[in-house]
Ligand binder design. Structure first.
Ligand code: FAD
Ligand code: NAP
Length: 313
């Protein structure tokens, strides 16, 4: 029986693991279906995590050091997906992807979020074949070539900046006339001569053939003018969907209280309405969707686990 099972190895889960093991728990396992690190490993930069201010380092570099620290105090890693959490009396049973089951007295869920699809014609057909949601992974394929970026939030503009150092031109397509972005980022974007902002515009269609994406048609929604952009890669950054599947039972019903957007309702101690079940990071209600806040949540959840287990004794 584990003292604590942590599901998800992003900033929330890793920090929870650090605090739980350093707080004295010996039997703590992190279930992360891939390599630990979470979404930020897909980012080309991070400049708003206090104490880390190095623009030459990527999100992957940043999380590398985290892992060394978080596993240092005895946290174990099982590289498997957790399919389901079942409350079995006073404890929990985790069903893993291979059918194995693991028992735990407490569970912290930090399964975070994933990029949304924008739903334009051709998006699914060319996903992974010219349509991407990761500039650090795929930007280099477009060295000295033009690329198109869809979206008007922090992610879209930060990744446009990253792409502007590799690609010949970056066309940012945004459906409104203003951005939802931190002012310093917008300022940097405006100073880049090879970033072109196409406001009030949408991707009408991504087109191509057997070999993948050839180009996109961009429509200005005010003038209805269509711009055909040939030979371009397309990077889609239109927000995130929370990953809450693990909290569904066999009938597809959530095992704890959620809001209408599928985020988990927690209190200020990251407690759900189920005793012993905690949720941290992007998956919780009102999450600021930041590394620093996900890490903060992880620490709070782990400290609550320590208190909860003491009370059980
Ligand atoms: P995540 O980072 O999403 O980690 C969740 C983990 O859970 C993943 O590794 C996933 O594989 C795993 N998982 C999911 N389901 C299961 C399951 N069933 N079983 C096992 N494992 C599972 N924030 C900032 O503060 N500054 C930035 O500059 C910044 N830039 C960003 C750039 C990009 C491109 C993106 C996408 C996000 C950025 N963010 C930034 C946001 C930040 O990355 C997130 O807020 C943060 O990573 C959330 O942490 P988390 O631990 O809640 O979840
Ligand atoms: P976001 O803030 O939700 O922005 C999504 C953008 O995509 C918006 O501009 C939105 O348009 C647009 N959009 C949504 N659906 C669309 C569609 N179907 N077609 C075309 N455009 C569409 O998402 P994000 O930029 O990924 O950021 C997610 C969270 O992570 C935010 O809380 C953000 O602050 C945080 N984050 C922070 C940093 C940082 O702190 N440096 C970096 C990255 C991300 P509208 O504007 O019209 O809604």
């Amino acid at each position: 029986m584990l003292d604590c099972a942590i599901i998800g190895g992003g900033p929330a889960g890793l920090t929870a693991g650090l605090y739980a093991t350093r707080g004295g728990l010996e039997n703590v396992t992190l279930f992360e279906m891939g390599m630990p690190g979470g979404q930020i490993t897909k980012s080309s930069e991070i400049e708003n995590y206090p104490g880390f201010f190095d623009s030459t380092k990527t999100g992957l570099d940043f999380m590398d050091e985290w892992q060394n620290q978080c596993f240092h105090f005895g946290l174990k890693h099982v590289m498997k997906k957790v399919e389901q959490i079942v409350k079995t009396g006073e404890h929990f049973t985790l069903i893993l992807e291979d059918g194995e089951s693991v028992e735990a007295l407490t569970v912290i869920v930090g399964t975070g979020s994933v990029p949304k699809r924008a739903n334009f014609k051709g998006e699914d057909e060319f996903y992974g074949k010219g349509v991407s949601t990761c500039a650090t992974c795929d930007g280099f394929f477009y060295k000295n070539k033009p690329v198109t970026v869809l979206g008007g939030g922090d992610t879209a503009l930060e990744e446009a900046l990253f792409l502007s150092n590799i690609c010949s031109d970056v066309y940012v397509v945004h459906r409104r006339e203003s951005f939802k972005v931190a002012p310093p980022t917008l300022e940097r974007v405006r100073k880049k001569e090879n970033i072109h902002l196409l406001m009030d515009s949408i991707i009408e269609e991504a087109y191509g053939g057997m070999m993948g994406l050839d180009g996109v048609n961009i429509k200005n929604t005010k003038t209805n003018e269509i711009t055909k952009m040939d030979n371009t890669g397309l990077f889609v950054f239109v927000g995130l969907n929370v990953r809450n599947e693990v909290l569904k039972d066999e009938q597809g019903k959530f095992i704890c209280a959620m809001n209408e957007s599928g985020q988990v309702i927690v209190d200020l101690r990251m407690r759900t309405n189920i005793k012993g079940l905690f949720v941290a990071g992007d998956l919780r209600i009102d999450a600021p969707k930041q590394v620093v806040s996900a890490a903060g949540d992880g620490s709070i959840a782990a400290l609550q686990v320590l208190t909860y287990l003491q009370e059980l004794e």
